[in-house]
Ligand binder design. Structure first.
Ligand code: F6R
Length: 610
């Protein structure tokens, strides 16, 4: 949700390509407008443009020498996407320029006060007040102190990168509940919303914490709290490689990431299974192992696709972990009167680790005394830092806005967790071994599903002009049906509804006719006969059916219009296979309808606003 980027270098460099490249790498976080500001020998050069980053590129030129620059790619919250609302925003005297990710909640009252003091605003954004506020304090204080005082007056969430023409070698950055990291190389310093933007330059990073700001100059870098306490923080090394954040041979990140789904599961389970003992080894939970033994309830909290992974996890943990589970949208949980105690665990699931609703619910549960566990992809992210203990899913960077590989890797970790908790309780060695051994061969089975891609593409071609779809599944595959529908909506803007197949007859069946096809997940498991009846009900009403079925199920091809086969596995693990055709189907349909599937309209990765 907005990508921000900046650099400070010892020598002057050709700055625009550096900023534009950084922004392009962050574009998945927001892409309705973009802008940059560069310190030059003749003051600050600033350009802002509505639209994608290539629109900005057209107006900035390619040879501006600078040793300090900032940029932002925006996802609008306050004020429509337009040139004037694009960042950077600046002070009346055009000396202070800043970019921002987050929301300034008290911007209205600040704006009124500043207008009374003569400040003239040029945009409809919340962000602009910060530039005027710093300008106001600058009349009596140094740049650093003016920023500090301004930050203390601001209520809300932010990552800021700020420059000042009167201090041409200084950049100040600050963070409160929006991600920000500093990358360090011998000659340059970088700031960015996430690591993918600085990987071409360095892998050495320092993460800023909430309530901290940092001062960067060509020769210096220091961090302090807003109460002026100096902070010393070790550098960390980013594990991601450059290749992971490039499309390579794929036309879209979404397709690349679907093809990475087998690797994502492989990476999630690597070193975490002891097959002969039927055990899962989760190092991140070792410190709280005894507390987990005593739990009598788990609440899973997440949003979007991560929530749907949580719904699948509910079936896994209840059946094999033998523990009652509730799954809540984080955006609702925080406003519920929930009872948390030491025997309740809140498991927050988040790919980005920055989703504001998930973070908010977690902070509330923490206050009430729950054991806070996390299942997070981005190392060092806010949620990862806030929980008591947790497990990283190690899916690698997910750049496509629609979540794909993160989902399957979340499922892999949830199945490990079910095994981990189950074996702490009554799960037998035999069952434990069966789960562990089947999980260990699952990535190979997932690779087999990818071989179905040409068939899935053919089916997408046949159905891509339909305007409505129903997605059905039962038990473990009910959340998969919801995920399939969500993905189709996101990247192809087609109306799609996901339902538990058993619920169809309680309402949705009224919509079925020859123009309303259904994607039905029917693996050969405990639900097969029931789902088969549901398919018959659809066929009796002239509905078309695409079935996701287990290899060897010949009968289904006589009833369904089209079939996509997946390998056989344990019922609990089926979702990691059955979701893959649905991800591919959504991808192909989106592309066939002519959309940019990596940048769906109105969406952004890492939703850091509530
Ligand atoms: C769907 C999607 C979103 C995210 C949701 C949570 O394809 O990407 O629904 O799953 O915004 O994001 P994280 O997992 O980063 O908390």
């Amino acid at each position: 949700m907005c990508g921000i980027f900046g650099f400070v270098s010892k020598e002057k460099i050709n700055a625009t390509p550096v900023i534009i490249d950084g922004l392009k790498r962050l574009e998945y976080r927001g892409y309705d407008s973009a802008g940059l500001a560069l310190m030059t020998g003749r003051g600050i050069f600033c350009r802002k443009k509505a639209g994608r980053i290539f629109e900005l590129e057209k107006v900035v030129g390619n040879n501006i020498e600078s040793n300090i620059g900032i940029g932002q790619s925006r996802w609008a919250t306050h004020g429509k996407p337009s040139d004037k609302n694009a960042h950077p925003h600046f002070s009346c005297d055009k000396k202070i320029y800043l970019v921002h990710n987050g929301i300034i909640e008290n911007f209205k009252e600040l704006r009124v006060k500043l207008e009374k003091r003569g400040h003239v605003f040029r945009s409809d954004t919340d962000t602009e007040v910060a530039a005027h506020l710093i300008e106001d304090f600058s009349k009596s204080y140094s740049f650093e102190e003016a920023v500090r005082l301004a930050l203390k007056s601001i209520v809300g969430t932010y990552a800021f990168v700020i420059v000042n023409a009167d201090n041409p070698t200084t950049m100040i950055v600050a963070r409160n509940s929006s991600p920000l990291l500093v990358g360090l190389s011998d000659t340059h310093k970088f700031v960015a919303s996430d690591a993918s933007a600085i990987l071409p330059h360095t892998r050495k990073v320092v993460y800023l914490h909430d309530g901290e700001f940092a001062i960067l100059t060509p020769s210096d870098f220091r961090i302090a709290t807003l109460d002026r306490k100096a902070v010393s923080r070790d550098q960390e090394l980013i594990e991601w490689s450059q290749d992971e954040v490039k499309k390579n041979k794929f036309p879209h990140f979404m397709l690349k990431e679907i093809y990475e789904e087998p690797d994502a599961v492989e990476n999630a389970i690597r070193g975490r299974l002891i097959v002969k003992d039927g055990l899962a080894k989760l190092g991140g939970l070792e410190l709280v192992e005894d507390k987990i033994k005593r739990l009598n309830r788990v609440i899973i909290s997440a949003c979007g696709t991560a929530y749907l992974a949580g719904l699948t996890g509910e079936y896994m943990l209840e059946e094999y972990g033998e523990i009652p589970v509730e799954v809540e949208y984080a955006s609702e949980l925080r406003y519920k009167k929930q009872k948390f105690d030491a025997r309740t665990a809140l498991l927050s699931i988040s790919q980005s680790g920055e989703t504001a609703d998930t973070l908010g619910a977690l902070k509330e549960a923490k206050r009430k005394g729950a054991l806070n566990l996390g299942l997070v992809n981005v190392v060092g992210s806010s949620i990862a830092r806030e929980v008591d203990a947790g497990v990283y899913n190690h899916a690698g960077p997910e750049i496509g806005v629609a979540s794909t590989k993160a989902f399957v890797s979340q499922l892999a970790v949830l199945s490990l967790l079910a095994l981990f908790i189950g074996r702490q309780r009554d799960m037998s060695l035999v069952i434990g071994r069966r789960i562990a051994s089947e999980l260990s061969v699952l990535p190979d089975k997932m690779k087999r599903v990818l071989k179905e891609a040409p068939n899935i593409k053919k089916i997408a071609r046949k159905y891509h002009k339909y305007d409505h779809f129903l997605y059905l599944g039962r038990k473990y595959n009910y959340p998969v049906a919801l995920e399939g529908a969500l993905k189709l909506k996101e990247v192809s803007y087609i109306h799609a509804e996901g339902y538990g197949a058993g619920e169809m007859k309680h309402g949705p069946i009224a919509m079925i006719d020859k123009n309303f096809p259904s994607m039905v997940i029917i693996p050969s498991d405990s639900m097969r006969e029931k789902v088969l009846s549901n398919i018959q009900e659809i066929k009796a009403r002239d509905g078309k059916v695409v079935a996701i079925a287990t290899e060897g199920n010949k009968e289904i091809s006589k009833i369904a219009d089209d079939v996509i086969y997946i390998p056989k596995t344990l019922e609990m693990l089926t979702p990691m296979l059955s979701v893959m055709p649905l991800h591919l189907f959504a991808y192909y349909v989106g592309v066939m309808r002519g959309y940019d599937v990596d940048h769906p309209r109105n969406l952004a990765k890492a939703v850091s606003v509530e």
